[in-house]
Ligand binder design. Structure first.
Ligand SMILES: *Cc1c(COP(=O)(O)O)cnc(C)c1O
Length: 297
C-alpha cells in the first residue's frame, strides 16, 4: 500500500483590528485540516517514517509519549490507516483519558512505564521488542530526519511569499523541516519558532541535528506560560477571544502559545508595516477535550 494521501491544508487570512492598525497581513496554514486525527505536523512527520518501515518490511510501529500525546494518537490512527500494528509506550502510571481512549480505539496497544524507565527509549524498545523482528522504533514525537523531511514539504505547498513564518515547537522537528524547506526554495522568509517548553534554547541543538545547513532563525522562548502543558488565565482568555472572533479552533499547548506570541509581538510593533506573516496551525485539537477544566470561569 502506498503510504500517502492527498494533503488538504488551505491558507486563510486572519482579520483582526490589531493587524489592520499595524498594516500587517496575517495568514494561517490550516495543517489542522489535513486529517481529523493524524492532524497537523503529525502526518508530515509520520509519512517518511512509515515509508521507511514499509521499505525495511517492519509491520509493527513502536513509539513513545505522555498520556496526552498528540503524537501517540496520530501514530495510532496512521498505523490503522496503513495496516501496521502499533504499540505506544506511555510515560507514567496507567490512566484512562480521551487521548488514550482514542489510541486504543484505533487498535494501539499501550504499555505504561514509570518516569525513570521512560527516559531510556532504546532500553525500553529492547526490553519489549528485542526478539520481535517486525518492530519499528519511532522516537518520541517522531523526532528524526525523516520527520523533518516530511515537514519541509509544507513549504512546497505555499503559493505566495511571506516575510515571516511562525510555528510552535515541541521537539523542533517541524521547525527544522520548515527551515530546510525555506532554504531549499531559496525563500527570504524569516522563521520564528515558539518553544512550548521552559528553557526553549535547548531546541537550537535539537533543530541543528535536522538542519540541512546552518541558518539563522528566531526562537521566542518567553511564551511557555510556565512550561509544557501549563496555562494561565491570560492564555485561556486569548484562546477564547481568538476562537470566538475567527471561528478557528486552537488548543493551549501549542498553537495557542504560538499565536499569543505573534499577537504580543504585533502589539509591540515588532514587524515592519506591510509585513506578510504566515502561522502554521499544527492541529492537536483532541487535546482540548482533556483541558475542559482549564476553560471554566
Ligand atoms: C506535536 C505538536 C507540535 C510540535 O511539533 P515538533 O515537531 O515536535 O516541534 C506542535 N503543535 C502541535 C499541535 C502538536 O501536536
Amino acid at each position: 500500500m502506498q503510504i500517502d494521501f492527498e494533503i488538504f491544508s488551505p491558507v486563510h487570512q486572519i482579520h483582526d483590528k490589531l493587524f489592520d492598525e499595524q498594516g500587517l497581513k496575517v495568514f494561517i496554514k490550516r495543517d489542522d485540516m489535513i486529517h481529523p486525527i493524524i492532524s497537523g505536523n503529525k502526518w508530515r512527520k509520520l509519512k517518511y517514517l512509515l515509508e521507511d518501515a514499509q521499505a525495511v518490511r517492519k509491520t509493527h510501529l513502536v513509539t513513545f509519549g505522555g498520556a496526552y500525546s498528540n503524537y501517540l494518537l496520530a501514530t495510532a490512527a496512521a498505523a490503522a490507516k496503513f495496516g501496521f500494528k502499533a504499540t505506544g509506550i506511555v510515560r507514567g502510571e496507567e490512566v484512562n483519558n480521551d487521548t488514550l481512549f482514542l489510541c486504543r480505539l484505533h487498535g494501539m496497544n499501550l504499555i505504561f512505564v514509570d518516569r525513570e524507565s521512560y527516559r531510556d527509549k532504546t532500553a525500553l524498545f529492547d526490553k519489549y521488542f528485542a526478539d520481535n523482528a517486525s518492530a519499528y522504533f519511532i522516537n518520541e514525537g517522531g523526532a528524526s530526519e525523516l520527520g523533518a523531511k516530511g515537514c519541509s514539504e509544507l513549504v512546497s505547498e505555499l503559493t505566495q511569499n511571506y516575510d515571516h513564518v511562525f510555528c510552535a515547537c515541541g521537539t523542533g522537528t517541524t521547525a527544522a523541516g520548515i527551515i530546510n524547506g525555506l532554504q531549499l526554495h531559496n525563500l527570504p522568509t524569516r522563521f520564528h519558532g515558539v518553544p512550548v517548553l521552559k528553557n526553549g534554547e535547548f531546541l537550537r541543538t535539537e533543530i541543528s541535528k535536522c538542519l540541512a545547513s546552518a541558518t539563522d532563525y528566531d526562537l521566542h522562548t518567553e511564551y511557555h506560560f510556565g512550561g509544557y502543558g501549563k496555562v494561565t488565565d491570560e492564555l485561556i482568555r486569548f484562546i477564547k477571544d481568538f476562537t470566538s472572533s475567527t471561528g478557528i479552533l486552537i488548543e493551549p499547548v501549542y498553537t495557542g502559545k504560538m499565536l499569543f506570541a505573534l499577537y504580543d509581538m504585533a502589539a509591540k510593533n515588532l514587524f515592519a508595516p506591510d509585513s506578510k506573516i504566515l502561522v502554521i496551525h499544527t492541529g492537536g485539537l483532541w487535546g482540548l477535550l482533556g483541558m475542559k477544566d482549564k476553560f471554566r470561569s
